[in-house]
Design a protein around this ligand. Structure first.
Ligand SMILES: Cc1cc2nc3c(=O)[nH]c(=O)nc-3n(C[C@H](O)[C@H](O)[C@H](O)COP(=O)(O)OP(=O)(O)OC[C@H]3O[C@@H](n4cnc5c(N)ncnc54)[C@H](O)[C@@H]3O)c2cc1C
Length: 393
């Protein structure tokens, strides 16, 4: 008989796991909102799925998106000085999670995965754990539901390092070659401009990461979409003149009234398994590996860990599911989690001098510019540049 797995949460990690596991196990997904409510609701995030994540999506036969205009590059500006455009080795793609999640949920349901809609609370955990061979906590940044232990050396902050302010907009002429446009305003914050695929077609995400209480932190108390759009226009005009020049003021508008978000994240890394009522429980994605969005790694790390968890469960398919399985999963993921986390945490602080020098070198040398673009697709190389071979990457 196939083992029964319950995945709590239908985000990036929960959905990829459901696709990966559905052939070998009986999979149930518990989700707080219906696919329709997600599709027509508030944006949840920004996202860039790099080459390795897209390869995993293909491997697990996840839905394909319009990739006629893929992201090919990373543009880097410091202050108002454009440094370079680095080319990615593989195309990346950003698909609005409202579209992505709802399409995956409907597709999975029509392919034999059971969906149960309710917001799980801790009082039902014992019952749930009894009912399945394994529960996987994929509850994202609002989780975890289970008390996975915090790893203090990878969780150095006790408050968010940035305020995340993001909206999906029409009326911005895309940069060329199409790619993610990163502007760093030292000690003030960053802007990520991300061309994205949405239900309304191609749009531009403007994502401000403001250092709390510094000049960019100007969206306090902004609640409605009209006020948000006005404030974004003013901020872009004042701090990001190059983007402002590509803005068509008449057409500049949110794609819909729900296309904006303000949130602040306190990064926290946890050991992703524990025993609860004598059963193994594992966590995947933001519920256990929650980083600041500043390096755009959340979806990619969630996808990486989901694949590692899948491989581990397949290896243990006919064995007992206990702490050994949990430890194997953690052994397979911990190095990558550590590299992503240390790099991401470093990016929230003033950049070390040798990293500033690497960025400056990128302005003079296209190979160096391409290497820096690849930091985002291959965070191991970013970690190396920041911490190991200083000055050589
Ligand atoms: C503003 C912002 C910008 C970001 N930008 C990027 C970026 O550019 N690139 C990138 O890779 N990542 C980015 N991220 C991070 C990325 O969105 C997350 O890392 C990724 O979505 C995590 O996937 P997940 O499955 O762990 O959680 P989620 O995608 O958050 O999914 C969790 C799911 O669990 C459900 N859930 C939660 N609790 C319960 C419960 N009790 N019962 C039932 N269901 C529950 C939720 O409804 C949700 O559907 C950003 C995040 C934010 C907030």
């Amino acid at each position: 008989m196939k083992k029964q797995i319950c995945i709590v949460g239908s985000g990036t990690s929960g959905l990829q796991l459901a696709y990966a596991l559905k052939e070998d196990f009986v999979v149930t997904v518990i989700h707080a909102s219906s696919a329709e409510k997600i599709r027509s609701g508030r944006v949840m995030s920004t996202q860039v799925h790099f080459g390795t994540t897209r390869a995993r999506e293909s491997r697990f036969h996840m839905p394909k998106w319009d990739d006629s205009n893929p992201l090919k590059s990373i543009h880097i500006t410091i202050g108002t000085q454009k440094l370079f455009t680095g080319m990615l080795k593989e195309d990346a793609l950003s698909v609005d999670q409202r579209l992505y999640y709802s399409a995956c949920m409907n597709d999975l349901e029509s392919n034999g995965v059971t969906f149960r809609q309710f917001k799980l609370t801790t009082e039902y955990l014992e019952q749930l754990v009894d009912d399945y061979d394994l529960v996987i906590d994929c509850t994202g940044k609002s989780g975890p539901l289970f008390p996975f232990p915090i790893i203090s050396e990878l969780s150095p902050f006790d408050m968010p390092q940035r305020k995340c302010i993001t909206g999906y907009f029409l009326g911005i002429k895309p940069n060329v070659p199409l790619g993610v446009n990163v502007t760093v305003l030292p000690e003030t914050g960053e802007m990520f401009e991300i061309p994205a695929v949405t239900e309304q077609g191609p749009v531009t995400i403007l994502f401000i990461m403001a250092v709390p209480d510094k000049e960019l932190d100007t969206f306090k108390g902004v609640k409605d979409h009209i006020e948000f759009t006005m404030q974004m226009k003013q901020s872009v005009q004042k701090f990001f003149p190059e983007i402002y020049r590509r803005m068509n003021i008449e057409e500049f508008a949110l794609t819909d009234e729900n296309a904006f978000l303000q949130v602040a994240i306190n990064p926290e890394i946890r050991k992703p398994y524990l025993t609860f009522n004598d059963k193994l429980i594992v966590g995947c994605g933001d519920s256990v590996f929650l980083n600041d969005p500043i390096t755009g790694q959340g979806c990619n790390l969630s996808s990486y860990c989901a694949e590692q968890l899948y491989e581990t469960l397949i290896d243990y398919k006919h064995d007992k599911w206990d702490e050994n399985l949990g430890e194997t999963y953690w052994d397979r993921t911990k190095e990558y989690v550590k590299e992503v986390t240390e790099w991401t945490n470093a990016m929230t602080q003033p950049l070390p001098q040798h990293v500033v020098q690497l960025l400056m070198n990128g302005a003079k040398n296209q190979e160096q510019a391409d290497r820096i673009a690849e930091w985002f697709a291959d965070p191991k190389s970013a970690h190396e540049a920041f911490f190991q071979k200083q000055g050589s990457n």
